[in-house]
Write a new protein. Structure first.
Ligand code: ZN
Length: 383
């Protein structure tokens, strides 16, 4: 079969006059178009996109927590007051696939979203998230995190740590262990994290109110990146989500480790009113990818919807960077070697963004799109 569009997003940039040959999901050749090829579809052909951080299980909370930019502790307190959805988020998973998302890194409190996501045609990693700052109550979580390394449908199921103020060092070490990667943690989302490391700010009071004993812990000072680095947990296979509050030294530490920062720009604006300094991250050489966080802090789970926001905020960044973050960089972050790029041998899914020709055109929201070839499961499972 042949897919041909007016423009095609290849690893080297946009190409015109090329066709993509494929057998089902697998790309067999990318070559120059000839006069005997079918006419080009009107649009930009890209690989299926990658959302490297979401919480599908919170989808029923869409619109329940209005933006007030008061920061993560305030938002989390309002989230806690919402009844947790119990229905499987099938509709949200179907919308993800319809939006052209091929693979995700989904964080789940129960680690049970792989079935719904697989049924919708997606693949990737489901992270079961561990938290609980009181070490007397953390033993079972540490044991569970240490043993978790399974496959479920088209997904690998891995442990993840929630955040430094909610997860004690022993549980951080278990949930971000090298034996089951990629791993992930929310980091530097909010200034209260650094305050907590100094034994200050709102978290000690919130933990007290929740009846969680934190006083056994000696606040080490420094930044969240310093803290994780001191535990040996800033690594290339630990995805750091958010990275809004970083120093130059933090960025250098992340770049040197080959760590990926998963950006969630719309969620960051919703919760804290501030974006990560993406130009500074790019200058420092930090690897980046896009996530969306959940529908409780963002109005869609489509990583392409992040682009109009960041393109407006950082107009000097090349538009191709944004499209790479939503495709190849996301696939790299999740360890999906056959996704995120249109190249022979790959199985990324072929997505036509209708009516556009260039990455710059993605600064306009809600580009219509359709699959010309579906993606294949990263782990050999036919979607
Ligand atoms: Zn998150």
């Amino acid at each position: 079969m042949i897919a041909r569009a007016a423009a095609t997003w290849l690893p080297g940039g946009v190409a015109t006059d090329v066709v993509v040959e494929h057998e089902g999901s697998q790309i067999t050749a990318v070559r120059r178009a000839t006069s005997s090829d079918p006419p080009a579809a009107d649009g930009l052909l890209i690989p299926g996109t990658i959302n490297a951080h979401l919480h599908l299980e919170l989808s029923a909370l869409a619109g329940q927590i209005p933006a007030n930019q008061r920061g993560f502790p305030d938002w989390a307190t309002r989230l806690q007051a919402c009844p947790r959805p119990t229905e499987p988020p099938q509709e949200a998973a179907a919308r993800l696939f319809a939006a052209g998302v091929a693979a995700v890194g989904d964080v789940s409190s129960r680690g049970d979203t792989a079935g719904v996501l697989t049924a919708a045609g997606l693949t990737g990693v489901v992270w079961k998230e561990f938290l609980g700052f009181d070490p007397s109550r953390a033993e079972a979580a540490i044991e569970a995190a240490t043993q978790l390394d399974t496959a479920d449908g088209a997904f690998r199921v891995r442990p993840a740590a929630h955040a430094i103020f909610s997860t004690p060092p022993a549980l951080l070490a278990a949930a971000l262990a090298k034996r089951a990667v990629p791993a992930t943690i929310h980091l530097a989302e909010d200034p209260s994290e650094e305050e907590f490391l100094a034994g200050e700010g709102v978290w000690p009071e919130i933990l007290d109110q929740m009846g969680i004993d934190w006083r056994w812990w000696a606040p080490p000072g420094g930044t969240p990146v310093d803290y994780l680095a001191s535990l040996g947990l800033i690594r290339s296979d630990v995805l750091v989500v958010h990275g809004v509050w970083l120093s130059d030294r933090d960025r250098a530490t992340l770049a040197a480790a080959g760590s990926t920062v998963v950006l969630c720009p719309r969620s960051n604006l919703h919760i804290g009113g501030r974006l990560a300094d993406i130009p500074a991250l790019l200058r420092a050489g930090v690897r980046l990818a896009f996530g969306t966080d959940s529908l409780a802090s963002c109005d869609s789970l489509d990583p392409l919807d992040e682009i109009p926001v960041v393109a407006a905020a950082f107009p000097h960044v090349d538009a191709g960077v944004w499209l790479a973050l939503a495709t190849s960089r996301g696939a790299d972050a999740l360890g999906l070697a056959r996704h995120g790029r249109i190249a022979p041998g790959a199985t990324p899914g072929l997505l036509l963004l209708e009516g556009i020709r260039r990455p710059e055109d993605l600064a306009t929201p809600s580009i219509p799109r359709r699959w010309l070839a579906p993606p294949l499961s990263a782990w050999g499972h036919a979607c």
